[in-house]
Structure formats: structure tokens, C-alpha cells
Write a protein that binds this ligand. Structure first.
Ligand SMILES: NC(=O)c1ccc[n+]([C@@H]2O[C@H](COP(=O)([O-])OP(=O)(O)OC[C@H]3O[C@@H](n4cnc5c(N)ncnc54)[C@H](OP(=O)(O)O)[C@@H]3O)[C@@H](O)[C@H]2O)c1
Length: 250
């Protein structure tokens, strides 16, 4: 499959593993996140052609420039993977407006802007695959996650509405909903739990592992496989695929 894919958050974790998975499948992959060094490391791990374009997806003009450069260098983006994101944990009364809007901007508005920018070319081609990395926090509420869960519930609404709107055009839109994945984001969560509960990081990691019925963290490669499952099919659209070791049954 010699398609052009664009992966946001490609410098680390799930985005990096997904870029590698798509590259292994034969796609050309545009790699986007802010850190150029991380993008170079992802490019080095991809077996096929890559185009690294540093971009802050919370900047609307940067999103437009990112797509324009990809189109200029290679052509229209046919597969969009929105993985750029971050977590935030706090009690409701300690979640200030800046934290709230930061979560919505990065986890909800940025995927919307990427989708909006990608869709016209996909419609014109009669082919498109969009996968947003959502979360189990898109499916259930949890303590201390008001801003993150709101952003991730919101992005699932975006996925479902877009899938309904684009059905029959050749463009599919899906979400992959991971549980705790072994990435730098989860490492930060583990450090945070250790600090706040006076446990060691090993103890905090074990606590997170125990919260998933399979008793371990998910690997980023397992999430990338689920992304590929969505990309490979025209029949799967409007779905939220849980990759969470059995945490959310739906
Ligand atoms: N890890 C988990 O347990 C887990 C569970 C459920 C859902 N998720 C979701 O999965 C996605 C990826 O998480 P991860 O675990 O792979 O995290 P990660 O290892 O921290 O990677 C996040 C990536 O997003 C990029 N990014 C962050 N802010 C950005 C911005 N403003 N503009 C462009 N790129 C930006 C980062 O690069 P730069 O900082 O260089 O920009 C990095 O490449 C997120 O949406 C997250 O919410 C993760």
C-alpha cells in the first residue's frame, strides 16, 4: 500500500510505534510533533520513506502549514493518525481554566483541526482513513480526570459525527481507546502517583498494572496494531476500539 500517511505525536510512544507500523506496511509517513530530535529518531526506526515536519498542533496556522508542506512534497494525506496528546490529573476544584483549556486544545480541538484540514482531499480522492488515539477515558469517567476525560469523551463524539457524515465517501473515521500504555506519558503518570502517594515508582507502576485485568501495561505496538486494523478496512467506521487489557467491556 503506497499511501501517504500523516501521524501527529510521531516523536514518541503510540505515535512513534504507529508510524513504524504504517511504514512497515509500505506507507509513506509524514511525522509531526514539536521536537525535531524525537522525529529524527522515529524516522530512523521506520523502514520506508518518511518526512519529518516539526509542528505544534495547538497552533491552527501550524496545522495548515503541516498539511500544505506534506502536499507540496508528496501529495494529499490519505491516512491521518491523530496521536498527539497529553494527560492531566487533578481534583475538580484544583483544575483551573488554563489546565482545562490546555486539555481541550490539545486533545480535542487539535484533532478537529487536523480532520477538517484532511477531509476535503480525502473526499476528492474517494479514499481516506482517519484514526484518533482516544482513551478508556473516552468511555468512562474516573476521579481526578475531569479535563482529560472531557477532552477524550469529546474527541470520540467528533469521531462518531465525522464517520456518520463521511459514510459512503470512502473515508472512514475511528478511535482507538488505549488503557495504560508503556510510554513516556505513562512514565509521567507513574512519577506523579509516586510523588502524591509516597510510594516508589516501582510500586506506582505495579498499581497501574494491577488496574488492568490482564495485569500489565499495554505495549505501544499493541495500540499500533489496532490502528492498522482500522486503516486496513473500509467496513469499520465510527467505532471505538478498546486496547485496554479488558478494562472497559463494551
Ligand atoms: N500512554 C497511555 O497510557 C495512553 C492511554 C490512553 C490514551 N493515550 C493517548 O495516546 C496519545 C499518545 O500518548 P503517548 O502515550 O504516546 O504519549 P507520549 O509518549 O507523551 O507522546 C506524545 C506525543 O505527542 C506530541 N505532542 C504533545 N503535544 C504536542 C503539540 N502541542 N503539538 C504536536 N505534538 C505534540 C509529543 O511530542 P512533542 O512534545 O515533541 O511535541 C509526543 O510525540 C495521546 O493522545 C494520549 O492521550 C495514551
Amino acid at each position: 500500500m503506497d499511501r501517504i500517511a500523516l501521524v501527529t505525536g510521531a516523536g514518541s510512544g503510540i505515535g512513534r510505534s504507529t508510524a513504524i507500523r504504517l511504514s512497515q506496511a509500505g506507507l509513506r509517513v509524514v511525522l509531526a510533533s514539536r521536537g525535531a530530535e524525537d522525529l529524527a529518531a522515529t524516522a530512523a526506526a521506520c523502514p520506508g520513506p518518511t518526512l519529518a515536519i516539526p509542528a505544534d498542533v495547538t497552533d491552527p496556522s501550524a496545522v495548515d502549514r503541516l498539511f500544505s508542506q506534506a502536499e507540496h512534497d508528496w501529495g494529499a494525506v490519505e491516512v491521518l493518525i491523530a496521536s498527539a496528546g497529553a494527560g492531566y490529573s487533578a481534583r475538580i476544584e484544583r483544575t483551573n481554566d488554563a489546565d482545562w483549556y490546555r486539555m481541550l486544545e490539545l486533545n480535542l480541538t487539535a484533532p478537529f483541526r487536523c480532520l477538517r484540514r484532511a477531509v476535503p482531499a480525502m473526499r476528492a480522492l474517494g479514499y481516506g482513513r482517519i484514526v484518533v488515539i482516544a482513551s478508556t477515558a473516552s468511555r468512562v469517567g474516573e476521579p481526578y480526570l475531569a479535563a482529560y476525560a472531557a477532552s477524550k469523551h469529546g474527541v470520540l463524539g467528533l469521531v462518531r459525527a465525522a464517520a456518520a457524515e463521511l459514510a459512503g465517501t470512502g473515508v472512514t473515521v475511528n478511535a482507538v481507546c488505549p488503557g495504560f500504555v508503556d510510554t513516556p506519558m505513562t512514565a509521567a503518570t507513574i512519577r506523579n502517583i509516586a510523588e502524591k502517594t509516597s510510594r516508589t515508582t516501582d510500586q506506582a507502576r505495579s498499581a497501574l498494572e494491577a488496574r488492568q485485568p490482564i495485569g500489565r501495561l499495554i505495549t505501544p505496538e499493541e495500540v499500533a496494531d489496532a490502528v492498522w486494523f482500522c486503516v486496513a478496512s473500509e467496513a469499520i467506521t465510527g467505532q471505538a476500539v478498546n486496547v485496554d487489557g479488558g478494562t472497559v467491556q463494551s
